[in-house]
Design a protein around this ligand. Structure first.
Ligand code: MTE
Ligand code: MO
Length: 534
């Protein structure tokens, strides 16, 4: 192409210059994120820009969208979000690089602006306690901005008169020097990023060491042994006790909090607390512990969904502890009707004080199926209250308990349109056969679980197509707070069939057919599975 044929050409950068600019942008963005990662390891892993922006996005996502994401991506929802943020950041970096190839300063200012967004996100998170949380994004953005300015400077002046066609032949562009600079920048960024990772890992190491050294004392009140016949031997049914590794996980934490049990503290204070206390992990372990089997489930569980598990927990009875510190339930004239639990990551969970103190096994759990709590399930201590969905009862990584009122304070999910109070709804699920299974004609075992914590399950019925309801065989009941397995031997004829289940709880109430959404207080309706018998 001949430059002198186009008088405007000296103002318009060539494609090659724009591409080099985009590359500079990517390198600068990469450096910014890597440096931020390194600084965040020194400050706090949650203060890094990707995590902070991701967390702020989770906090601000409208509930229907969040609900959709949980449904769509399940427990990968956080990974999807972080990948999404990285894709957006790459796009921004490319764009700012292209801008910078023309206007060097504008590109750098752009990076600083996005650094400010990251810093703001980090300091506005509920778990942020210090302006130091702004450091990772700020330092990262400054490094990125300087790098972009410097690298684009090596491209030569933007409006230099071009010589015969080849942009790279402009005066001021030294290809070899540019390649060296770009490679050095990429290598230094990678080094910073890796150093950040390593530092983060070694800090998580002290928490891991503290978990390894936990010796759970024998509970002074053991759980009654699981009655024989509570666990059916049927292929495809959920095991009666859910192994820790298979237990569902639902939380807003992009980085799993790694809390060191040796420095962990729990403060108990608020309305009606006459003796305010701050407890250590050792204090808790020295108290009489109880062991109980409790089924925990999530309000976001769709009918037939997976967010439920049954485990054997060890913990400190919460009602007794509260009484020691002067707390009385509202029915005895206590001034607080809501207990707000706060986690190290800023989650707030509100539970009726009356429920905690009505005789059920509410606890500060330290053990799960014989082990210290796994990190994802709240190590070192979490709350559990049988009969209530997790979002109103089961605060993980708990660090503060405040006695207050429902009028005075709305917790995290309540601010996002979920109900203030949410007792578990009676539900049942078909575990086997799976949807769209193709069993052979003849005897087919239909089996699953049913739950109605606090009320217990007294009957489960199964229906094939539009036929009559038939009573399923119930496994032995462990306690009212645990799920109950059931099975039904079906003589299956060839063709497509719809299998439906419904349960009746200890109050005599049968599950309603009416399907509701999960929000605001849990899904209702019957679970159905369509199978084709061959
Ligand atoms: N700190 C903290 N605790 C939390 C949550 C959370 O997001 N953060 N989620 C709650 C919800 S919605 C549920 S259902 C349970 C899930 O507990 P699990 O992940 O151990 O199964 O934890 C509860 N405790
Ligand atoms: Mo939940």
């Amino acid at each position: 192409m001949n430059d002198h044929m186009d008088g405007d050409n000296r103002r318009r950068p060539s494609l090659k210059r724009l591409s080099l600019g985009a590359l500079c942008g990517l390198l600068a963005g990469y450096a910014a994120i890597a440096v931020a990662e390194l600084v965040s390891a020194a400050v706090r892993p949650e203060s890094g820009p990707v995590i902070a922006v991701g967390g702020a996005a989770i906090d601000r996502t409208p509930t229907p969208v969040k609900d959709w994401a949980i449904r769509q991506f399940g427990e990968s929802d956080k990974l999807v979000l972080q990948l999404g943020i990285l894709v957006v950041l790459c796009g921004l970096a490319l764009f700012l690089g292209v801008l910078a190839s023309r206007w060097r300063r504008v590109g750098s200012l752009g990076i600083l602006a996005f650094g400010a967004v990251g810093a703001l996100a980090a300091t506005s998170r509920p778990d942020s306690t210090s302006v130091a949380d702004a450091l990772p994004s700020t330092v990262g953005a400054v490094v990125g901005a300087l790098l972009l300015y410097w690298l684009t400077g090596r491209l030569g002046p933007a409006a230099a008169p071009a010589t015969a066609g080849e942009e790279a032949d402009r005066p001021g562009f030294d290809r070899r020097a540019f390649v060296i600079a770009a490679t050095a920048a990429a290598a230094a960024s990678t080094g910073a990023g890796l150093a950040g990772r390593a530092l983060n890992r070694s800090q998580a190491g002290s928490a891991a060491a503290s978990r390894k050294s936990v010796l759970l004392p024998a509970p002074s009140s053991k759980a009654a042994p699981t009655p024989p016949g509570a666990a059916l031997r049927i292929k495809g049914i959920s095991p009666y006790l859910t192994p820790n590794d298979d237990f569902y996980r639902v939380d807003t934490a992009l980085v799993v909090p790694k809390v060191d049990a040796t420095t962990w503290k729990l403060r108990i204070h608020g309305k009606g607390v006459t003796r305010e206390r701050t407890l250590t992990f050792d204090d808790l372990l020295k108290m009489p512990l109880v062991e109980r089997t409790i089924t925990l489930n999530c309000v976001s569980n769709e009918v037939g969904g997976p967010y439920i598990g049954n485990a054997r927990w060890i913990g400190v009875p919460l009602a007794r502890l509260l009484r020691q510190y002067g707390v009385r339930p509202p029915s005895e004239g206590g001034p607080a009707d809501q207990l707000v639990a706060r986690s190290v990551d800023g989650m707030t969970i509100g539970t009726p004080v009356e429920d905690i103190m009505d005789g059920r096994d509410a606890m500060l759990a330290v053990g799960m199926n014989g082990d210290p709590l796994p990190f994802v399930h709240g190590f070192p201590v979490r709350m559990l209250v049988p009969g209530l969905y997790g979002y109103v009862s089961a605060c993980k990584w708990i660090q503060d308990i405040e006695l207050t009122t429902f009028d005075a304070y709305d917790t995290y999910w309540v601010k996002r349109d979920w109900a203030q109070r949410a007792p578990v709804k009676t539900q049942s699920r078909i575990d086997t056969p799976k949807p769209f299974a193709r069993p052979a004609a003849g005897t087919v075992m239909i089996a699953g679980v049913a739950w109605a914590q606090r009320r217990g399950i007294t009957k489960v019925e199964v229906r094939v197509d539009d036929g009559p309801w038939k009573e399923a065989r119930l496994a032995a009941e462990d306690t009212r707070d645990t799920w109950r397995q059931w099975s039904y031997e079906w003589t299956a004829a060839k063709g497509s069939h719809t299998l439906t289940v419904r349960a009746t709880d200890g109050t005599g109430e049968t599950q309603t057919e009416k399907r509701t959404r999960t929000i605001p207080d849990g899904a209702s309706g019957w679970h159905s599975v369509v199978v084709t018998v061959d």
